[in-house]
Design a protein around this ligand. Sequence first.
Ligand SMILES: [Zn+2]
Length: 64
Amino acid sequence: MTTLRTARCPQCGKTFEWAPASPFRPFCSPRCKDIDFGAWATERYRIPAVEKDDADDTQKPERE
Ligand SMILES: [Zn+2]
């Protein structure tokens, strides 16, 4: 049974085939990947990281 997996490009909203070998994931094309990276570098970079306290701690198997 072959299931075609698809994903939606977060950049342009286009649905594309989510191939295991796709080098542009999660984007549909190198262009979208490029655009997103540019946005990340300029805009998102300024968004301060949100520190999580213990919200995810229950999911972490590693414990040292
Ligand atoms: Zn795209």
